[in-house]
Design a protein around this ligand. Structure first.
Ligand SMILES: NC(=O)c1ccc[n+]([C@@H]2O[C@H](COP(=O)([O-])OP(=O)(O)OC[C@H]3O[C@@H](n4cnc5c(N)ncnc54)[C@H](OP(=O)(O)O)[C@@H]3O)[C@@H](O)[C@H]2O)c1
Length: 272
């Protein structure tokens, strides 16, 4: 990763475990200094120690992205340094239910983390990058950004926002010297998914997500992780016609059907 274009500091929001930790390891190996943000202090401290032992300078910021004051908290740890790379990769969904029946706090948190969070962090750090004429922004995305799924209305809607927002930003910021990428992933083997009891043995390793994200930062606005089946699914669910049929047939399945769906995706990939 080009330290002169995207350094000297990278801010990884969601940078304690899963793909966020892999981003941090890859960037530290390339000489980046790191600011890591996540809620649980222990995994954050553990990763920071691991990276410091390898010579990296690291600031760890325990903070909750659902808190509307989170940007101020993170800024307190970054206002004296140059963030040349923002990776915003947090906000997996762990609560499903009909939108009108879920507690308001659940859906507000989804919108705060993915919609307002991505917008607010991008405005602040992207503005500073534009003033310097260089930098990069990677926003965490999902194949679910192509299709509204029942019981996941706020989550799938928020991911759609992220993808469309990234596309517009990509075009706006390219002439400013700043690369923007919506990193679009499918089912990925993260600790968050494992804690939900999902069959992570069938999922993409997080190291692939981080490596492809960094390698393709200049190939925006959207990069779909190259796992067989991802591109085929994106094509299948993103057409403009027959939306009713598409939603009814291809929405994200309930968690106990995830393994069967992952296998079906692998078959789809084999058929090309
Ligand atoms: N895993 C998948 O199959 C999958 C599929 C499609 C898209 N995605 C997207 O990929 C991203 C990462 O998902 P993930 O599965 O790794 O789970 P995740 O729960 O988003 O966790 C990723 C990182 O973010 C931190 N984090 C989560 N919620 C946070 C919050 N409210 N405030 C601050 N930090 C927070 C986590 O640490 P703490 O828990 O300690 O805060 C962890 O370091 C999400 O945007 C998700 O929507 C994931």
């Amino acid at each position: 990763m080009d330290l002169a274009k995207y350094g000297p500091w990278a801010l990884i929001v969601g940078g304690s475990e899963g793909a966020g930790a892999d981003f941090a390891r890859l960037l530290a190996a390339d000489g980046f200094k790191l600011v890591l943000v996540a809620r649980k202090p222990e995994p954050l401290a553990e990763l920071a120690s691991e990276l410091r032992a390898k010579g990296a300078e690291v600031r760890a910021v325990p903070a909750d992205l659902a808190d509307p004051a989170v940007l101020a908290r993170v800024r307190a740890a970054t206002d004296d340094i140059e963030i040349g790379l923002l990776i915003y990769y947090a906000g997996a969904n762990n609560t499903r239910g009909n939108f009108v029946e879920l507690p308001e706090a659940v859906t507000q948190s989804v919108l705060q983390i993915t919609v307002l969070g991505q917008a607010n962090f991008t405005r602040h750090y992207g503005g500073l990058m534009a003033a310097r004429g260089r930098g990069g922004i990677v926003l965490g995305g999902s194949l679910s950004s192509y299709l509204g799924s029942p019981t996941l209305a706020a989550y799938t809607g928020a991911k759609a926002f992220s993808r469309i927002f990234s596309e517009a930003l990509w075009a706006e910021m390219k002439p400013m010297g700043v690369d923007v990428l919506h990193l679009n992933i499918g089912f990925t083997a993260t600790p968050a998914m494992a804690r939900l009891g999902m069959p992570v043995e069938l999922a993409e390793p997080t190291a692939t997500v981080a490596r492809e994200g960094l390698e393709n930062i200049a190939n925006g606005p959207v990069w779909i992780i190259s796992t067989p089946g991802n591109l085929e699914r994106a094509r299948m669910i993103s057409g403009v016609e027959d939306r009713a049929e598409t939603v009814l047939r291809h929405a994200i399945v309930p968690r106990d059907q995830t393994a069967a769906a992952a296998r079906e995706l692998q078959e789809l990939a084999k058929e090309g």
